[in-house]
Design a protein around this ligand. Sequence first.
Ligand SMILES: [Cu+2]
Length: 229
Amino acid sequence: MMGWLPENVSTFGERIDSLFYLIYYITTAVFLLVMVVMVAFLFLYRRREGRPALYSHGNNTLEVIWTVVPAIILVILTIMSGVVWQDIRGVIPETDVQVKVIGKQFNWRIIYPGPDNEFGTKDDLEKENDLHVPINKKILVLLGSDDVIHSFFLPHLRVKQDALPGREIAIWFEATKAGTYEIACAELCGFGHYNMRGHLFVDSAEDYQDWQRENWPAAAEVADMREAR
Ligand SMILES: [Cu+2]
């Protein structure tokens, strides 16, 4: 039944999806109710020979009900959304891995800080469109843009955030399933927008280590030394 969103592989995705479906079901129910009643009334109260038109000023009780009930539903949805937003976006938890993602017409620059976990040092590594992260770890993404407004979209992780030139925006996620997922740009950013696509590789712990080893042989030695101890 819930097959038409991309598979969720994010720790917080379930909470966002639940809200989405709750709102979807409420609006669908209201839509159907309004349409059925409207069509029924069109038929029941159509013009008929000998039936005079009726002047009605309305019905105060009914109007109060259909104003107050939706207002209460909206307030409840606002509170529920606010709680989820605060938990996911209000605070950045302690993260295990950090990476810079810079939008640029028309690709994603992915900058890894390297073994020292600091940006702007010699062991930084820049890749185009390929983001490798380990599974079951919290990933901090420092998001920026070199030119225009882009939007960093990880549909399977339920992450979408505008990337603005001149600003660094911190977001995070944690992936729960290994695999290759899409990175898309969700902001019309120019002629090549449709082609602004990358890959998110969620690696098992071993695969991630292998990937690190390939890119930073020195780091692998450090990791090996730690393991040997
Ligand atoms: Cu873009």
